[in-house]
Design a protein around this ligand. Sequence first.
Ligand code: SAM
Length: 238
Amino acid sequence: MSNRYFSDSPLSVGPALLAGPEAHHLIHVMRAVRGLRIVLFDGGGAEFPAVVERVGRDQVELDVLAREEVDRELPFAVTLGVAVPKGDRQRWLVEKAVELGVTRLVPLWTQRGVAQPVQQAIARLRRAVIEASKQCGRNRLMAVGEPHSWLDYLQRAPTTSGRWLAQPKGFHKGVPLFATDGPSEQYWLAVGPEGGLSSAEVSLAVAAGWHTVDLGPRILRVETAALLLASLVTQLVA
Ligand code: SAM
């Protein structure tokens, strides 16, 4: 089990206080006692070895021993726009996207989308980001952006970025596409809903300069397509 804990206040060497769900985990699940060594991170890119000084009812006092820059990020930014699936599959997608190093996940509104992401769901997904980051050792949190309409998302992607839309029978075929296109400083990816994108939505993307990518002859579920596309990109320069 991970001994990493997230602090939503910025950390520095010296005394620190952990409260909320992270303190609850440390006190009631890990049964923290004075002298226990843990690692803290605050999402700013570093990690902080710390020792437990005092365990309260719902908060833990710690002594932060050092600040260590530990970079586990990709060498480029990846924005993943997805017409998110329903329920647990959303959480699963977020967890795996964090593990793959995605920089930002943006829920998309599309014509045939099944799940309309609401604020409460976004808050749950942000909590899932923290859990996944604790487990996989990321010291920067993947952002879960506010939902965007399809057109808005397409237009926000800088024209200098690699812009790839997963589309069955798309023009480009998986890996060779990325290999020939060369690295970019940022990638914007898009994946459609369970019911597929309308031809108008695909045309809008192509007209805006996006490339369509075929991920093989089988129809993948939204989260599988999103993670396959993200993994192809993350393997580019990794
Ligand atoms: N019947 C829908 C269609 O033909 O588009 C299937 C939609 S699929 C379940 C959901 C999304 O995953 C698609 O909009 C696409 O972005 C992506 N996807 C699924 N399988 C794919 C494949 N083989 N190649 C490229 N993208 C795929």
